[in-house]
Design a protein around this ligand. Structure first.
Ligand code: GTP
Ligand code: MG
Length: 474
């Protein structure tokens, strides 16, 4: 290739290392066996030569990488290639990497459940304590609470237990007026036990009159804020469904994390219960939006049900919660839209959604007429007569819509007017409330960039400390 073709370009590019002859960069580059360290001048020379054999090509988003490389290789062998995503796509993926649960944190969550299980086993041998919610559904952010489910259904099922001795001890919930009362009694004794004897369990609160009764406590050794429930098997199934949606396409988790961060930065969500949108509802909105793309990025829940086989069948309290569990049998989407485009379209979509008429329905993957008058209606995917966002007030919904419109507008401007180096750009413009305001009204009176970046970092830092503190008050 003639040097004139080694064009410098912007995001959405592919860089290829076209080698005319086989060159070895030696083991120093791969850091293996041979400990010969390269001189500075050698590295410089090699890198310069490498640069001369490299081209940077701007290509359309929807390109087939395989075909493109095949085409290019007609002009010379390609030793190496890198596809770059757009700047915003990279930022979304970085945000995901920085905030997602780490391997150690995930292990600590399962360990904490296992420790609580030991305590609960004093009353209910063979019970299981399982994590659910964002600790396991793929959308958990470092610092999120640990939702636990005390599973009593396994009791008596284990053969090992039955054959381990001559006696079998049976447990029985004595006659109580309702399942709810039984749940309250079970949680009440476990709460007492954790409070008096649970190692490292502090601040135990029994919140037994809530819609879903729970025991809340801090587990000091792990630092987690824990919510223990029982008789909440549907929530476990919801976690599995979200896990599947997050796993079938790599864009889903990055988009959900970004929307959650955006909502948090603008105080649309809070860790205190109230009239605001919850992270769970936001996740459902992203899933719904991705089902509405053309071609769809995510399948509908009804479709996942049609893929299910006999062993996937699951009915909980009369609700059909069946869907395919083997995610390898879900075909990948043919939609190749970038995260940047999806983010912008998400804001457009919900900035113009007819919330007054329509309900968000991930089971059917299309809007339905709203069955009741709550400002925001998101159908509970399994208990279909319920609305998971019944708590959201009209003013909170309006705030969401206004911010979505504003954010769509900001991303639109970014496209037109590529940012200059002294301005905030990309995701930062969406996460800093003061910047969002100043950009939407007038470009006058801007603070110096250095001060705005300082503010942004402060706001990210304080929102993460606030987050860890907030889990205490949740
Ligand atoms: P964060 O804790 O905010 O990171 O997200 P989360 O998904 O864990 O939410 P939360 O702790 O509030 O709730 C835990 C789980 O309970 C969720 O993942 C859902 O499965 C379920 N859940 C929460 N809110 C509702 C609701 O309003 N309706 C229903 N049906 N389930 C809910
Ligand atoms: Mg949670």
């Amino acid at each position: 290739l003639h040097p004139i073709h080694r064009l410098l370009s912007c995001p959405g590019t592919v860089a290829t290392d076209v080698r005319r002859e086989e060159q070895s960069f030696g083991s120093a580059e791969t850091g293996s066996e041979d400990r010969t360290l390269k001189r500075f001048s050698e590295v410089q020379k090699e890198r310069r030569e490498q640069a001369q054999r490299t081209v940077l090509i701007h290509c359309p988003n929807k390109i087939s990488e395989k075909k493109f490389l095949k085409y290019l290789s007609q002009h010379g062998p390609i030793s190496n290639h890198f596809f770059y995503e757009s700047i915003i796509d990279d930022q979304l993926n970085i945000l995901l990497k920085e905030f997602q649960l780490t391997e150690e944190n995930t292990r600590l969550r399962y360990l904490t459940c296992s420790l609580i299980e030991d305590v609960a086993a004093a009353y209910f041998p063979d019970c299981a304590v399982r994590p659910f919610g964002s600790s396991v559904n793929g959308f958990g952010k470092l610092g999120c609470d640990l939702d636990m489910f005390l599973d009593l259904d396994e009791i008596g099922k284990s053969d090992a237990h039955k054959t381990s001795g001559n006696f079998l001890m049976e447990f029985q919930v004595k006659n109580v007026a309702s399942e709810r009362i039984a749940t309250q009694k079970i949680l009440s004794v476990i709460g007492e036990c954790l409070d008096h004897f649970g190692p490292g369990c502090v601040g135990v609160q029994k919140i037994l009159n809530a819609r879903c009764p729970l025991v809340r406590f801090s587990h000091q050794a792990s630092g987690f804020q824990c919510d223990l429930t029982t008789n909440n098997r549907i929530a476990l199934k919801s976690s599995e469904l979200l896990y599947i949606y997050g796993a079938v396409d790599p864009r889903v988790r990055a988009l959900v994390f970004t929307i959650r961060c955006w909502a948090r930065a603008h105080s649309l969500t809070s860790s205190i219960p109230g009239a605001w949108i919850t992270n769970f509802s936001l996740t459902m909105m992203v899933i719904f939006f991705l089902q509405r793309r053309s071609p769809p990025i995510l399948p509908t829940l009804d479709y996942l049900k049609t893929l299910a086989d006999a062993e996937d069948k699951c009915i909980i309290e009369g609700h059909n919660c069946t869907f395919i569990c083997d995610l390898n049998r879900i075909k990948p989407s043919e939609n190749a839209e970038t995260l940047e485009l999806l983010l912008k379209e998400f804001f457009e979509f919900f900035g113009n959604f007819s919330f007054n008429k329509n309900s968000i329905n991930i089971r059917q993957g299309k809007e339905q007429n709203k069955p009741e008058s709550s400002p925001l209606h998101i159908q509970n995917p399994f208990e279909t007569s319920l609305n998971i966002s019944k708590n959201v007030s009209q003013s909170q919904l309006q705030k969401f819509v206004d911010l979505a419109r504003e954010s769509a507008w900001i991303l639109e401007q970014e496209d037109k007017d590529h940012p200059s180096s002294n301005q905030l750009w990309g995701l930062a413009t969406l996460l800093l409330p003061s910047v969002a305001k100043s950009m939407s009204h007038t470009k006058k009176k801007k603070k110096p960039a250095s001060e705005r970046i300082k503010n942004l970092l402060e706001s990210i830092r304080s929102s993460s400390t606030e987050n860890s503190k907030n889990t205490v008050g949740k």
